[in-house]
Design a binder for this molecule. Sequence first.
Ligand SMILES: Nc1ncnc2c1ncn2[C@@H]1O[C@H](COP(=O)(O)OP(=O)(O)OP(=O)(O)O)[C@@H](O)[C@H]1O
Length: 299
Amino acid sequence: MSYNTELVSNLNDWNKWIEEAISKKLIKYYEYDQFYNIQEIGSGGFGKVCRANWKNSHKRYAIKSFFNINDATVKALVREIQLQREVDFHDNVIHFYGVTTSFKENQIKEYSLVLEYAENGTLRKYLKENFENLTWDKKYNLAFQLVYAVSCLHDEGIVHRDLHSNNVLVHQNTIKLADFGLSKRIEETSNSHSRTFGLIPYTDPKSFNSSTTELYLLNKKSDVYSIGVLLWEISSGQPPFQGRPHDVGLALGILQGLRETPIPNTSIDYIKIYTDCWNIEPDNRPTINQVVDELKQDF
Ligand SMILES: Nc1ncnc2c1ncn2[C@@H]1O[C@H](COP(=O)(O)OP(=O)(O)OP(=O)(O)O)[C@@H](O)[C@H]1O
């Protein structure tokens, strides 16, 4: 069987693809019943995530399963595995360990992803719980790790397209980028407006502009926009536009230039870095590698 994802088009093909990859030892298989202490820790638009220990070890893993694996999501899942493997060497990216299978009530076998577990959870939660102890040095450090991880994706030709503070995880004060590629690709094939509205503050506003006749595809500069918002969030400890409805009105405001306000005592250089990133014009935004260089100088 080919490992070309274009040829993987339905649930059976997905299962076959995985089984072949397992038998060729390209993907490690974990026996589900060898996990213990399995506890649900979160759920997203497409599935749930459990924390579990693996036999004879205290090491924890995250097991990510999907509510509804259908033909539309299959290709995205295979792609997720492929993308994850391409950037697996990076310390600031959640590691992909392998797959496991569980059975639903209907006895249908379903594969789940076995991933590195990030013990501090999402960046949003981490900022909420630790903000009082975060010095500017620590904030810079978080910002640097995040930007560095995204630069690694871009160097590999991968655009995240879904960067927000619930997709960035933290493990022992280290940033761990998660969920790249997956959510966006699944979303393209499903109807989830409420979720999209929730993410308005992080989304490249060029994509809101329905008056344009050409479809605007999220690209590397869209990731840079989201990074600008995330750098502001790291400086403030708050999600952007908190307490304001994330609706069409907000989207229009952002299109017309509405942005969060800098936090007192932020260095002028740091403010310049994130405001350049969230420039309305993609051409005027820096590349992610330029952001890495600027942060290095400012650090
Ligand atoms: N590797 C992990 N380590 C620790 N916690 C995780 C891990 N992956 C996910 N989580 C937790 O589980 C929650 C749900 O994750 P999931 O990826 O399913 O959804 P999401 O990213 O929040 O939303 P969506 O999938 O709709 O984009 C996360 O918000 C996070 O709290």
